[in-house]
Design a protein around this ligand. Structure first.
Ligand code: GDD
Ligand code: MN
Length: 367
């Protein structure tokens, strides 16, 4: 099996030289290493580049212009390796917290499983040199993620994992929404949902000796919230679910529209046409926000509301209105109904369908 070890680094100058040398001692003869460095200010990349001639065609570096987080680094590494015929991908930290000694055992397991997880939370696994508080936070975070996601993996947050190429294909990496530390949770949860076979092997995780962890309280809190976004994003909603939400949103918009119209025209005696336009814009804005935050939240969980998408949505609403009027005209001229509102009903449905299609495929696509 061809293995690529993907090693993200940010300010690991104190570790990287010894780490790469040690790693090469524990991986198969044909295995390769890719370091993904985000332009570490401490010169990590230069140290790696100095080692490259000693391991011709086996040590690679991907230099990225700025710090973009762990998820971006790993995704770049997988993309890099996908075109190069590796069967197995290994994720690990560059700071010796993930001991290279475990790799042969992981490789043995990966011949029978899609995913092998180095686990601190099963019998035989654990952490060393952690304060009671840090241990509690980590264990609590893992338990919380497991409960929210309903996923039986014991170490969801750990970063010492081996992936069969087929597992990465099943996960559909382009759909990953995490950018920070919840990346590890999302990868594992997606592989679980995709039906991959998963094996946890016990690992002891010593605290790093040199350098600093990049995991901050802020990143940790963000990860706790992201778990919910992951849950929403992975349990895919059908187009019908989205259409029902979209229709309810449209109904609410109509109520808002009528209410403002009633107050401004019937109570305050303002003129109808300008009020009608204002009503359209206000209801349209309300629909835009609800669709973004609710109907299409699975695509938009990581996107912000923006003037651009708002304008597109108002445009799509106008398009819907135009289709509504056209259909109304056509139906009225071709069929005879006891009540004309039936023709208007057809127009509304057609307009809504157009608006929905444009919203789903273009405005709230989320890519
Ligand atoms: N390229 C790149 N870009 N590398 C990064 C970045 C980044 O923005 N941030 C961190 N790294 C590198 C570090 O240099 C290290 O090699 C590895 O990613 C993990 O970062 P650490 O700072 O050592 O993380 P940790 O030890 O606190 O967290 C570990 O345990 C967590 C769970 O307890 C990691 O394994 C996490 O993945 C894991 O979730
Ligand atoms: Mn670490």
């Amino acid at each position: 099996m061809n293995m690529l070890a993907a090693i993200p680094t940010y300010n690991e100058a104190l570790n990287i030289d010894a780490f790469i040398k040690t790693l090469f001692e524990h991986i198969p003869q044909n295995a390769e290493i890719l370091v993904i460095d985000d332009n570490s200010p401490d010169g990590t990349a230069a140290l790696v580049e100095k080692l490259i001639p000693s391991y011709p065609a086996r040590l690679h570096i991907l230099n990225r212009p700025e710090k973009q987080g762990l998820a971006a680094a790993y995704l770049a590494a997988f993309n890099w390796g996908f075109n190069r015929d590796y069967d197995v991908f290994l994720e690990m930290d560059a700071d010796f917290s993930h001991k290279p000694e475990y790799i042969p055992k992981m490789l043995k397991e990966i011949s029978a499983y899609d995913v092998v997880i180095g686990s601190r939370n099963i019998k035989g696994g654990g952490v060393e040199g952690w304060s009671v508080i840090r241990n509690m936070i980590s264990k609590g975070g893992s338990l919380y993620s497991r409960m929210v996601l309903g996923c039986p993996i014991k170490d969801l947050t750990g970063g010492f994992n081996m992936w069969h190429k087929t597992a990465l294909e099943k996960i559909c990496l382009q759909n990953i929404i995490s950018r920070g530390y919840s990346f590890q949770v999302e990868m594992k949860y997606r592989s679980f949902c995709a039906g991959c076979s998963i094996k946890e092997i016990p690992i002891i995780f010593p605290d790093r000796k040199y350098g600093k962890s990049k995991m901050s309280k802020g990143i940790f809190m963000e990860a706790l919230i992201n778990i919910w976004k992951i849950k929403k994003a992975v349990g895919r909603e059908s187009g019908i679910d989205q259409f029902v939400k979209f229709a309810i949103t449209g109904g609410l918009g109509t109520v808002t529209n009528l209410a403002i119209f009633f107050v401004c025209v019937d109570k305050l005696s303002l003129s109808e046409i300008p009020v009608s336009i204002i009503c359209f814009l206000i209801a349209g804005t309300q629909n835009y926000i609800i669709n973004h935050k609710w109907s299409f939240v699975q695509n938009m969980a990581y996107k912000k509301l923006s003037i651009k998408t708002w304008a597109m949505f108002i445009g799509a609403s106008l398009l819907g209105l135009a289709v509504n009027i056209i259909v109304l005209k056509i139906v009225l001229s071709h069929f005879i109904f006891p009540f004309k509102f039936i023709a208007q009903g057809c127009g509304i449905l057609a307009g809504m369908a157009i608006n929905f299609i444009v919203s789903k495929l273009v405005i709230f696509r989320g890519k």
